[in-house]
Write a protein that binds this ligand. Sequence first.
Ligand SMILES: [Fe+2]
Length: 359
Amino acid sequence: MVTIVFLRPCITHLKEDHMALQEVPRIDLSLFNTRTRAGRQKCGTAILESFVAYGFVRITGHRIGMSKPTVQNVYEEAKKYFALPEAEKLMHMSPSKDCQAGFAPFGHEHAKDSAHVDLKEFFTIGQELPWGHPVLDDKLYVRNIWPDEARGNEKFRKACLDLYREAEQLAVLILGCLSLVLVEEEEWLSSMVYYGDTKMRVIHYPSLRKCRELLPGKEIDGEIRSSPHEDINLITILPWATSEGLQILTRENEWLPIRTEGEEMVVNVGDMLSRITNNLLPSTTHRVVNPADENEHRLSIPVFIHPRPRVRLAVPKALQDRRLPFPPMILARTFLYERLVEIGNIADSGFDPTSLERE
Ligand SMILES: [Fe+2]
């Protein structure tokens, strides 16, 4: 078993190696035989070491999930979707305006503690199962909102759902490998995400020229494409974006660009995983900066891998270091709700965080 105590020397070693290179490590999954437990353990160790040092990893050579044609399909359909008239897209906005499904217009979201809106519009897709499916609790899962299929938008829906399913498969592999190394139980993390409340976001960052037209003062005054933030979920899987701009804040407090090549993906730790590993894995601050080219648009498709809403987020015994205090158990839905209120995506409706535990 790889314990925290065992990990410390290899973390130090990694920090020296990769900090000198100033690049987030790249892991080629095809080099590991993930059909065997030993192979998955080696793979998990490689991912874990990068997560400990950076909170991020670049992944290539994946045989399952997030294939190039599936990602490209979403980009092609997304271009058509975001080109629709604003009035039409606003019809796909959730009545609660909480951005958990459907369209969110330009200027709707800002990062926690940021006074500036992000320069983006986006479309969110959640778990799509037949209504009445026993796993779906209608009080806790948000139903997807889709563009009018009669107008030829069914391709957008299919492309998004295909990628969503592939992302779930890859997440199970990555979380299983990580769990093996962290607690010797492969199902620890992966079992949390079956029929999970995972959200896929198709994000469009308009050109800066267009943003000026859209901002109230017609000037970009401190706004950037995505303000510094941490992700809320367990892990985020991000297939290659259509252009660069993603940066992470290193432990030296410096912004480090993440560049990807070909079909490379970026995977990062979110706050939930950070919490249940008692901060062994950091949820690293990241942002998307504005481009030099005034006319450059950008599309990206982060998939925020979430547990089922009633999953209990608790630090397992194997990760409880008696010298360090660790956070109490919290239900995934409660944790998500509290963070959504903080970033302004949902009004504080007086939801009682303990109500689910009493049910
Ligand atoms: Fe993020």
